[in-house]
Design a protein around this ligand. Structure first.
Ligand code: ADP
Ligand code: MG
Length: 328
């Protein structure tokens, strides 16, 4: 059964970026205002996530690493409130700990005692009292050390880091009120202030040149009872990229993959886009959760719309309007 468990874990923890995604979500769910992510060698050697969230007492942390334990009430389609825990649903820590060497150091807010827990390949090897600040640090070393086949599947350090960067970037953009820092091999990649809006998060993550080329979208009246807001930033049609990678879409505050949205963005530019060029776009939609169908896979979140045509039109119109009012 140990092997079965390791195989199952390998299926859901595909790569270091999947670990990072789960741990950031936990920190956000724990009400953190600062989250720092530090990884080594594309995350294969080390991942450390530190937050100033609510923390855990010893009982809670012991419970947290068991199978099917969650302190959260979730509804898989609860994209509206943004509190729904996505991904492993009470299994992330358990699953990740089965395929790595994990240390959790945590102290509850206004608790007087911290706890440090060491787990190797799913087995708790040590628990002790620890002096530590309020909040939680989760450290993962030697991911897939006990599943060599899975470890062999990892791509180059650069590719694995790229996946991590994408994940952390999406959370940083969707949560500009949380200060999120990313470090790779002790070098800071970006740091958001946690005090700003989307514009300032874009500046922190992508730099001044991108930030200055962006046009903002804010919808006034939307002719749909299902969509309540479309907001975001899109690039000037001449400031484009050679990949679709920078078309980031969020629904009710969560990053989602939705082809309909990506295509609607591209269509809005019409022939203002050169061949094989893609805009840089960050699109945030607020939409009635009852009108979407969410397919939550541990690795990604896909969304379909009941009224896809209506959504496409609303997005394309919002972007056309933004381009028009920028004189384009
Ligand atoms: P889920 O997030 O679906 O509940 P996890 O395995 O990711 O499942 O986490 C299990 C539990 O551990 C959470 O419900 C939460 O109570 C606790 N936990 C995990 N990470 C943190 C954290 N960074 N701060 C506080 N509590 C945490
Ligand atoms: Mg979780």
């Amino acid at each position: 059964t140990e092997t079965v468990r390791q195989i199952a874990a390998g299926e859901v923890v595909e790569r270091p970026a999947s670990v990072v995604k789960e741990l950031i979500e936990n920190s956000l769910d724990a009400d953190a205002t600062r989250i720092s992510v530090a990884v080594e060698s594309g995350g294969a050697d080390g991942i450390r996530i530190r937050d100033d969230g609510i923390g855990m007492d010893e009982d809670a942390v012991q419970r947290a690493i068991k199978e099917h334990t969650t302190s959260k009430i979730d509804d898989i389609n609860d994209l509206a409130s943004g509190v729904g825990t996505l991904g492993f649903r009470g299994e992330a820590l358990y699953t990740i700990s089965a395929v790595s060497k994990m240390t959790i150091r945590t102290k509850p807010r206004d608790g007087n005692r911290g706890t440090e827990l060491h787990i190797e390949g799913g087995t708790v090897v040590d628990v002790e009292a620890a002096g530590c600040p309020e909040g939680t640090v989760v450290e993962i070393r030697d991911l897939f050390f006990n599943t060599p086949a899975r470890r062999k599947f990892l791509k180059t350090t650069a590719t694995e880091f790229d996946h991590i960067n994408t994940v952390v970037t999406h959370y940083a953009l969707a949560n500009p009120d949380v200060a999120i820092t990313l470090e790779h091999n002790d070098r800071e990649v970006f740091a958001t202030t946690g005090r700003g809006n989307l514009e300032s998060a874009v500046l922190s993550v992508y730099g001044r040149e991108v930030a200055e080329s962006m046009i903002s979208i804010t919808t006034g009246d939307i002719e749909s009872d299902r969509i309540t807001a479309i907001e975001g930033l899109i690039s000037h049609p001449e400031k484009t990229r050679s990949t679709r990678q920078y078309l980031s879409t969020f629904i009710n505050g969560r990053y989602v993959e939705a082809r309909a949205l990506r295509e609607a963005i591209i269509n809005a530019y019409g022939d203002q886009l050169a061949a094989n060029r893609y805009p840089f776009a960050l699109l945030f939609l607020d939409i009635d959760p009852g009108s979407i169908d969410v397919n939550v896979h541990p690795r990604k979140m896909e969304v379909r719309f009941d009224n896809e045509t209506g959504v496409r039109d609303a997005v394309t119109n919002a972007i056309r309007e933004a381009l028009l009012s920028a004189g384009l």
